[in-house]
Design a protein around this ligand. Structure first.
Ligand SMILES: [Cu+2]
Length: 165
């Protein structure tokens, strides 16, 4: 009689252990499922409202390659801003640090870029903020070259005109 009870207790414990393991596995699975759902929701939110125009490659689309500030008073500040969007369906990468080349005038400003890699549908801003002092006036033309992994346009040229008076 006593050995039977012992056996029953042992088998109960075994069952409890199995139940515990099953519960742990279920919890683990639930966590994995929740993570997957969260990730997919995030990916979907990013892709929503975006239809790639180019398939199988990254593609850089610039809203405005030329900015003309016209006449600017010496001492005032201007901000030149360009927007580059990845309209392809693969990651768009910009190589190197872009800089302003002087085509006409003097004192090229620093070029700022807020992103160096764009996922499909993302947009990067390329900006320059600058002024000219007395003796540095007259017409100015700056040129920026962006190097990308877009096979259709690996080099993008951006131009900025300003005439300081
Ligand atoms: Cu100048």
């Amino acid at each position: 009689m006593s050995s039977r009870r012992k056996y029953t207790r042992k088998s109960n414990r075994k069952q409890q252990n199995t139940l515990k393991q099953q519960r742990q596995i279920a919890t683990g699975l639930l966590i994995v499922i929740l993570l997957a759902v969260g990730f997919l929701t995030y990916e979907f939110a990013l892709k929503k409202d975006f239809e790639p125009e180019v398939a199988g490659a990254p593609a850089a689309r610039v809203a405005n390659t030329v900015v003309d500030h016209g006449q600017v008073r010496v001492g005032d500040y201007v901000t030149t801003e360009y927007e580059v969007t990845n309209v392809g369906d693969e990651l768009l990468i910009f190589y190197g640090q872009p800089y302003a080349e002087v085509i006409e005038g003097c004192c090229p400003p620093t070029v700022e870029m807020d992103k160096r890699e764009l996922r499909p549908g993302e947009t990067a801003k390329v900006t320059m903020r600058y002024t000219m002092h007395e003796g540095m006036d007259g017409p100015h033309e700056f040129r920026i070259q962006l190097n990308t992994n877009d096979p259709a346009s690996p080099e993008i040229v951006l131009t900025a005109f300003s005439d300081w008076v």
